[in-house]
Design a protein around this ligand. Structure first.
Ligand code: AP5
Length: 212
């Protein structure tokens, strides 16, 4: 199963990607998480991308394309993958074809900007394994601690109101055109992601036509 999950920042891409990755036993590949890990490690990629993330801008296409093209060659991707946050521009989508990165489905999570702004304020993320949580909608069992690996839960630095606004504006301009692109390619599945995580997963699983 080769799936890309798209949608606005905070739309639930990471949450659904994590669930589908477990369900189908294929890796969850989040370009945002790879970049944040690189920034923490102060690697070459981290140094090159830090300012874009801090400003809520997209990282240059050539950096992310190379990153994903290499990652999907890994052995654990041979039965598929869940791409979270890639592609995000028409240039990236075209480069997938050139790099033989195939997709069976593109899930587009539909959420209004107002819901996003409220949601991202309560989002927390594991500092170690990047699993996503929400203080109200998806709390960890023990406050501030990741259920999966025991890592510390933190608030992302780009989850502040001004940067959220910028990320939404970049999404509408750069990423939304992909909806039409994948509709034409007959790969698009639209799923509302406003009504709780479980209901969203049910709708995704139903749309994929697999058992829940
Ligand atoms: P990235 O990490 O991908 O961030 P994003 O797109 O801004 O998306 P988020 O991670 O904020 O949200 P999400 O949709 O995963 O939602 P989540 O599941 O966490 O990218 C960060 C940056 O990296 C970008 O700004 C860019 O600079 C760069 N980058 C990454 N990929 C790139 C690319 N391809 N090209 C160029 N640059 C790139 O959910 C959010 C919250 O809501 C959570 O707290 C969750 O618990 C809760 N929640 C989720 N679903 C529901 C639901 N259905 N109901 C209620 N609550 C829910």
């Amino acid at each position: 199963m080769r799936i890309a999950i798209m949608g606005p920042p905070g739309g639930g891409k990471g949450t659904q990607a994590e669930i589908l990755s477990e369900k189908f036993s294929v890796p969850h590949i989040s370009t945002g998480a790879i970049i944040r890990a690189a920034i923490r490690e102060k690697s070459e990629l981290g140094i090159a991308t830090e300012k874009y993330i801090a400003e809520g801008q997209l990282v240059p296409d050539e950096l992310v394309i190379g990153m994903v093209a290499e990652r999907v060659k890994d052995d654990d991707c041979k039965d598929g993958y869940i791409l979270d946050g890639f592609p995000r521009t028409l240039v990236q989508a075209a480069a997938m074809e050139e790099n033989d990165i195939k997709l069976d489905y593109v899930i587009n999570l539909v959420v209004s900007d107002n819901v996003i702004i409220k949601r991202l304020g309560g989002r927390r993320e594991c500092k170690v394994c990047a699993a996503p949580y929400h203080v109200d909608f998806n709390p960890s069992l023990k406050e501030g601690i990741c259920d999966k690996c025991g890592g510390e839960l933190i608030q992302r630095p780009d989850d502040v109101p001004e940067t959220i606004k910028e990320r939404l504006s970049v999404y509408h301009k750069e990423t939304e055109p992909l909806i039409e692109f994948y509709k034409k390619a007959n790969l698009l599945i639209n799923v509302e992601s406003c009504d709780g995580i479980e209901k969203t997963t049910e709708a995704v699983v139903q749309a994929l036509g697999v058992k829940g």
